[in-house]
Design a protein around this ligand. Structure first.
Ligand SMILES: NC(=O)c1ccc[n+]([C@@H]2O[C@H](COP(=O)([O-])OP(=O)(O)OC[C@H]3O[C@@H](n4cnc5c(N)ncnc54)[C@H](O)[C@@H]3O)[C@@H](O)[C@H]2O)c1
Length: 311
């Protein structure tokens, strides 16, 4: 049986961690693709990770390249190509640069890996995944944006920290766009089956929701030069693994809505099921009035950024 091929487009901070996690989980052979100026750096990362193999005993290959032809026949493509935020920037400020990059990348992925499942990570996420979809012409089940998986992990982390309970027992999800208007679904959050409203005061819950919404910015300010990379990489790998191993995980992702939640023609964070057919399903929840209002606000923000792509 041939191994899966995982193509990482962008070998920077997130790309390097994606490479490490993909090999450690033995998801398949890994190819890191980046621009020619970064070729030494990604070849170095690939070689370094290759030399880690004897410690773990996993048998997968990893290489770095700037030749688009090496994208050929990738099964999964994870795109982090572009620039990250600096303090004072919001995700939308990245659009003008990252839109040009994603258009080039989409043409190459379409040419060399037309059957791949594509996970977009680059920001502003909801507009960049939309652009990839438009330029590549891929079917909607094969294109998805990573945001909800990460935002949900952040929400889970803060709920666990607040109660001192294991993060393993926290269940919750964050929907909507990957920006400050995202919608942490407090009503559905529980720990060991107990609603968080029974365990945490309303005031603290509001503060946790706020911290979740601005968690990316908190890290940008701490780093001073770039954005988060460990947790984003782990979140994208969770999605890739669910596809490759047909796990049918229920993960909030930016998927193309065509009528779901009253949204038509936009990628936005909704609960999805990921299996060997890609995005196999969008689960529609019965939202209350407050949640509907919040989802409308986040949709408004997504539409505004998508309009700026000109696509
Ligand atoms: N969706 C999310 O939840 C989330 C979370 C964190 C960061 N991000 C975004 O992910 C992106 C990557 O972040 P990072 O910290 O890894 O940035 P980084 O600067 O460390 O890495 C980006 C890499 O992309 C490469 N690149 C640029 N143009 C390219 C092209 N045309 N083809 C291939 N590679 C190209 C760069 O050379 C660089 O190595 C940013 O846009 C960031 O905002 C998204």
């Amino acid at each position: 049986m041939s191994k899966n091929k995982i193509l990482l487009v962008g070998g920077g901070q997130i790309g390097g961690n994606l490479a490490l996690l993909a090999t450690q989980k033995e998801l398949g052979d890994v190819v890191i693709y980046d621009i020619p100026q970064a070729e030494g750096m990604i070849k170095g990362k690939a070689l370094d990770i290759l030399q880690l193999r004897p410690h773990d005993g996993y048998d997968v290959d990893i290489s770095g390249t700037s030749n688009p032809r090496d994208m050929k026949d990738a099964d999964v493509v994870i795109i982090t190509a572009g620039i990250p935020r600096k303090p004072g920037m919001n995700r939308e400020d990245l659009l003008s640069i990252n839109i040009k990059i994603i258009s080039d990348v989409a043409k190459n992925v379409k040419k060399y890996a037309p059957d791949a499942f594509v996970i977009v990570v680059s920001n502003p996420l909801d507009a960049i995944v939309y652009s990839f979809f438009k330029v590549s012409g891929f079917s909607k089940n094969k294109v998805v944006g990573m945001a909800g998986a990460l935002d949900t992990c952040r929400f889970k982390t803060f709920l666990a920290k607040e109660t001192g309970l294991s993060v393993q027992d926290v269940q919750c999800m964050v929907l909507g766009g990957h920006g400050d208007t995202m919608v942490p679904m407090l009503r559905l959050a529980s720990i060991g089956g107990i609603p968080v409203t029974e365990l945490i005061s309303k005031k603290r819950l509001n503060e946790i929701v706020h911290r979740t919404r601005f968690a990316g910015g908190e890290l940008v300010n701490l780093f001073g030069n770039g954005s988060a990379y460990y947790a984003p990489a782990a979140s994208a790998i969770e999605m890739a693994e669910s596809y490759l191993r047909d796990k049918k995980r229920l993960i909030p992702c930016a998927a193309l809505c065509e009528g779901e939640y009253g949204i038509d023609g936009y990628f936005i964070g909704v609960p999805t099921v990921i299996g060997s057919n890609g995005i196999e399903k969008i689960i529609e929840l019965d939202l209350n009035d407050e949640e509907k209002t919040q989802l409308n606000e986040t949709l408004h923000a997504v539409k505004k950024t998508v309009a700026e792509t000109g696509l």
